[in-house]
Design a protein around this ligand. Structure first.
Ligand SMILES: Nc1nc2c(c(=O)[nH]1)N[C@H]1C(S)=C(S)[C@@H](COP(=O)(O)OP(=O)(O)OC[C@H]3O[C@@H](n4cnc5c(=O)[nH]c(N)nc54)[C@H](O)[C@@H]3O)O[C@H]1N2
Ligand SMILES: Nc1nc2c(c(=O)[nH]1)N[C@H]1C(S)=C(S)[C@@H](COP(=O)(O)OP(=O)(O)OC[C@H]3O[C@@H](n4cnc5c(=O)[nH]c(N)nc54)[C@H](O)[C@@H]3O)O[C@H]1N2
Ligand SMILES: [Mo]
Length: 667
C-alpha cells in the first residue's frame, strides 16, 4: 500500500479465470474505492480490459448481496435475511445429519471453479477435505484436451515468456481471440508486427483479433485437424520441413500417414481452398521463427487433443521449437504445479465427479447419492451443459448452498446464500495460467456489509462443526491468512519468482522467468526426453452440421464480461440472447433482422434475437457465451467430451463448440 495525494493505493490482481491476471491499483479515498488503474510495475501495459467498469461495480452494485439469506422454496424468490450464526448452524446441522444417516461424508458435494482463482480460495476444497472423503468436481471446462496434448508431445504444459513474441517473424493466432480475452498480450503482438512480423489469425469467425492481423484464414469449425495435416503434407512434399531427427520420435510414421491422406477430402474437412493452404504453408516456410498460439476456442471440439498434437508437430517439424520467438503456447501450469497447497489437505479417497458432466454424476451415483451441494465461484445452472437434466435432478438435493456476490441463476435455486467479498476486501495471492505472473490482492476496504471471504466461511463452518461434534473437521481454521500464505511460499517457489518472501509482492507482482527460449537444449520432459509426434488415425472425428440441425453453434468468450460474471450488470441488456447469422441463411428461413426466433435441437429450445451479420459463414450461428442471461443457451448442450484431458486434469474436456441447432421465426 502507498499513498498518492489523498488516496490510499493498494495492489490487486484480477482473480478471474483469465489468461492475463491483470495487475491493478485501487485508489481509495474516505473509505471508498474511487477508481482502478492498471499496475505497470512488472512491465504490464496500463490497459485494463473493458470489464474494468464492471470490476468496480461488482463492489458497489446495488444488486450485490451483502447479508446471508435463506430461501423458503427454491426458485420462489422468497428470501429472508438471516445471521451468519443461523446460516452456518443450519449448514452444520445438515452436514452432521447426513453423516449420521449415511455414515459417510460422500453425500456432500463441492462444485467450484471460475469465480476466483486466488490461492486462499482453495480453502473451500480444504474445508471439504477436512471432513473426510467427500464428493468433488474434477476437470475444467476451459482447456483439458490441449493440456494433455502438450503433455504428451513435450512432456509439460508450459508457455514461453510472452515478451519473447517480439522475436517472432510470424505469429499464428489459432482459435484464440486475445483482443478480447487476453488484452495484455496484444502489445507484444503489435511490437512483433512493428518489427516486421506477420500476424495470422485462423478462426471460423472474423474476430476483433482478425481485424488487427495481416492475414485471416477462415475455416470450418473443427477443420483445424485437417488444416494441420494439409500444412504438414504441403511442406513435406516441397521438402520444406527441417528438424533434428534425434530429438523427435514418431515423425517418420506421422509424415508417411500425412503424405497418404487424400488432399481433396482434407480440404473439404477444413473448408479451405488449396490456394489458401499453400499460402499459409509459404508463410510458415518463409518466416522463421514462427510462434503459434493455440487458444481454448480451437480445442472445444471433440477431437481437439489430436488437433493440438498435430499443431505441436507442425511447429516441431518446421524447426520452430527451441528457438527465440518460436514455440506453441497453450497454457502454463507450472505455478499451480509448484505451489504445495498445503491447506487443501488433499486425500486419496475423494469421490471425484466430472465437472463437465455434473448432471450425469447426480443421476448415476447411488452409493451414497449426492444430497448436499456447495457451489462456490460457479454458476452451473447457466454455464454447464446438460441443463435440462440438471434442473430435473435438482430436487434430489436436500440442501444447496451458494457462496457468491450476486443472485445468480444457480443461487436462485439454492436454500442458503452466503455473501462473499470481492478482491478489494480480502487478502489473497493470484497467479496466471499463461503469463507467468503472480501477485497480491491486498484489502483496499473492509468487507462490505457482512460479506466474508471463502476462507473465512471455511473457518466459520469448521469451527461450528467441531463445536457441535468435536473432531468432525481437521481443516486448520486456527491459522491466519498470513500463516497459510507463508507456508505456501517454499524456497522453490520463491526462487522461481525471484523473491525472498511473499511480502515482496506488496511492491508489485513477480514473474517467473523460464529459460529463454523453451526447449532450447532439444531435451523434452517426456519419458525418453524426445518430442513425441502423434499418429494419424484412419478417420477424423469431425462433427458437422446436418439436414436436421444445419448450423454449427459457436459461443466464443465475450469482450465486456467474463463468462456469466458481471454480464447482468451491463447497461441496456437485451431481452433475449443475441445470435448472429448470415442474412442469406436467415432469409431462407424467413428470419428477420432484430426479430425474435426459436433456436432448437434435441436438447431443448431457446428464444433468441436474430442479428444479421454479413461476415459469418452461412452454416454458423454465433452467440457470445455467458450473455444468455434470460434464455440460457446451454440448454442446447449435451456436453460431448473431447478426446483428451484426463492426464492433466483428471477428466476429459468438453466440446462446447460442437453443438448443432436449427432456427425458425418465433411464431
Ligand atoms: N474478456 C474476457 N476474457 C476472458 C473470458 C471472457 O469470458 N471474457 N473467459 C476466460 C476463459 S474462462 C477462457 S477459457 C478464455 C477463452 O478465451 P479464448 O482462448 O480466446 O477462447 P474462445 O473465446 O472460446 O475462442 C477463441 C476463438 O476460437 C474460435 N473458434 C471456435 N471454434 C474454432 C475452431 O474449430 N477452430 C478455430 N481455429 N477457431 C475456433 C472462436 O470463434 C473464437 O474467436 O478466456 C478467458 N478470458
Ligand atoms: N456455451 C458455452 N458455455 C460455456 C463456455 C462456452 O464457451 N460456451 N465456456 C465454459 C468455460 S471455458 C468456463 S471457464 C465456464 C465458466 O463458468 P463458471 O465456472 O460457472 O464461471 P462464471 O460464469 O464466471 O461464474 C462464476 C461465479 O463466481 C462468482 N464469484 C466471483 N468471485 C467469487 C469469489 O471470490 N467467491 C465465490 N464463492 N464466488 C465468486 C461470480 O459472481 C459468478 O457468479 O463456462 C463454460 N460454459
Ligand atoms: Mo474457461
Amino acid at each position: 500500500m502507498f499513498f498518492h495525494g489523498n488516496y490510499q493505493v493498494t495492489r490487486h490482481i484480477c482473480p478471474r479465470n483469465c489468461y492475463d491476471a491483470c495487475p491493478m491499483l485501487a485508489y481509495t479515498r474516505g473509505g471508498k474505492i474511487e477508481y482502478i488503474t492498471g499496475d505497470t510495475s512488472d512491465g504490464a501495459s496500463a490497459r485494463l480490459c473493458s470489464k474494468r467498469e464492471n470490476i468496480l461495480s461488482t463492489v458497489y452494485h446495488p444488486r450485490r448481496i451483502l447479508y446471508p439469506q435463506k430461501q423458503h422454496g427454491r426458485g420462489s424468490g422468497n428470501w429472508q435475511q438471516i445471521s451468519w450464526e443461523e446460516a452456518i448452524d443450519t449448514i452444520a446441522q445438515k452436514i452432521l445429519s447426513l453423516k449420521a444417516r449415511y455414515n459417510s461424508m460422500l453425500p456432500l458435494c463441492l462444485n467450484k471453479y471460475s469465480g476466483n482463482f486466488g490461492l486462499l480460495h482453495f480453502a473451500v476444497e480444504g474445508m471439504f477435505n477436512g471432513l473426510g472423503a467427500t464428493t468433488q468436481t474434477i476437470g475444467t471446462p476451459c482447456f483439458s484436451s490441449g493440456l494433455d496434448a502438450q503433455r504428451l508431445d513435450f512432456g509439460d504444459n508450459i508457455t514461453c515468456d510472452i515478451r519473447q513474441l517480439r522475436e517472432s517473424r510470424l505469429i499464428i493466432l489459432w482459435g484464440v481471440n486475445p483482443a478480447w480475452t487476453s488484452i495484455h498480450t496484444m502489445p507484444m503482438i503489435y511490437a512483433a508486427k512493428e518489427r516486421g512480423a506477420k500476424i495470422v489469425v485462423i478462426d471460423p469467425v472474423y474476430t476483433e483479433t482478425a481485424r488487427k492481423a495481416d492475414y485471416y484464414f477462415e475455416l470450418r469449425p473443427g477443420g483445424d485437424t485437417a488444416l494441420a495435416v494439409l500444412l504438414l503434407q504441403k511442406l513435406a512434399q516441397d521438402n520444406r520441413l527441417s528438424y533434428n531427427s534425434h530429438q523427435v520420435t514418431g515423425a517418420d510414421e506421422l509424415l508417411a500417414a500425412v503424405k497418404k491422406s487424400p488432399a481433396d477430402r482434407l480440404l473439404d474437412a477444413a473448408g479451405m481452398s488449396a490456394k489458401a493452404v499453400a499460402f499459409l504453408a509459404d508463410l510458415l516456410a518463409q518466416n522463421h521463427p514462427a510462434h503459434i498460439w493455440c487458444g481454448y476456442g480451437l480445442q472445444r471440439h471433440v477431437q481437439s487433443g489430436l488437433t493440438i498434437r498435430l499443431i505441436d508437430a507442425l511447429a516441431m517439424l518446421t524447426g520452430n521449437i527451441g528457438v527465440p520467438g518460436g514455440g506453441v503456447n497453450f497454457a502454463d501450469t507450472r505455478l499451480v504445479d509448484t505451489l504445495p497447497f498445503k491447506f487443501m489437505l488433499e486425500r486419496p479417497d475423494t469421490r471425484f465427479v466430472d465437472i463437465n458432466n455434473f448432471a450425469h454424476s447426480l443421476k448415476t451415483l447411488h452409493n451414497p447419492p449426492i444430497k448436499f451441494l456447495w457451489i462456490a465461484g460457479r454458476n452451473i445452472l447457466r454455464q454447464d451443459a446438460g441443463l435440462t437434466e440438471l434442473h430435473k435432478l435438482w430436487s434430489q438435493l436436500e440442501c444447496v448452498v451458494v457462496a457468491d456476490k450476486f443472485m445468480t441463476h444457480s443461487a436462485q435455486m439454492a436454500d442458503i446464500f452466503l455473501p462473499v467479498t470481492t478482491e478489494f476486501e480480502s487478502l489473497d495471492i493470484i497467479g496466471s495460467y499463461f503469463i507467468h505472473r503472480l501477485g497480491i490482492n491486498e484489502p483496499a476496504i473492509p468487507p462490505r456489509g457482512e460479506a466474508k471471504s471463502d476462507i473465512d466461511i471455511a473457518r466459520l463452518l469448521t469451527n461450528r462443526l467441531n463445536e457441535l461434534a468435536p473432531g468432525t473437521s481437521t481443516f486448520p481454521a486456527h491459522l491466519s491468512d498470513e500463516e497459510l500464505i507463508t507456508a505456501e511460499f517454499t524456497p522453490e517457489i520463491c526462487e522461481m519468482l525471484h523473491i525472498k518472501k511473499w511480502q515482496d509482492l506488496y511492491q508489485g507482482p513477480a514473474r517467473f522467468r523460464p529459460p529463454a527460449p523453451l526447449w532450447q537444449d532439444g531435451k523434452f520432459t517426456t519419458a525418453d526426453g524426445k518430442f513425441h509426434c502423434c499418429q494419424l488415425p484412419d478417420k477424423f472425428c469431425q462433427l458437422l452440421p446436418n439436414k436436421k440441425y444445419p448450423f454449427h453453434l459457436l459461443t466464443p468468450h465475450a469482450q465486456q464480461h467474463i463468462n456469466s460474471q458481471s454480464h447482468p450488470l451491463l447497461p441496456n441488456l437485451p431481452e433475449y440472447p443475441q445470435v448472429s447469422i448470415h442474412p442469406s441463411a436467415g432469409q431462407k428461413l424467413h428470419l428477420q433482422d432484430k426479430h425474435p426466433a426459436i433456436l432448437w435441437n434435441d436438447e431443448g429450445s431457446v428464444t433468441v434475437t436474430v442479428n444479421f451479420r454479413e461476415d459469418l459463414a452461412p452454416d454458423i450461428i454465433m452467440s457470445i457465451q455467458g450473455a444468455s442471461i434470460y434464455g440460457g443457451l446451454n440448454k442446447l448442450y449435451k456436453g460431448l467430451s473431447t478426446d483428451l484431458g484426463t492426464l492433466a486434469t483428471g477428466a476429459l474436456g468438453t466440446a462446447f463448440y460442437d453443438v448443432f441447432v436449427n432456427i425458425r421465426p418465433k411464431g
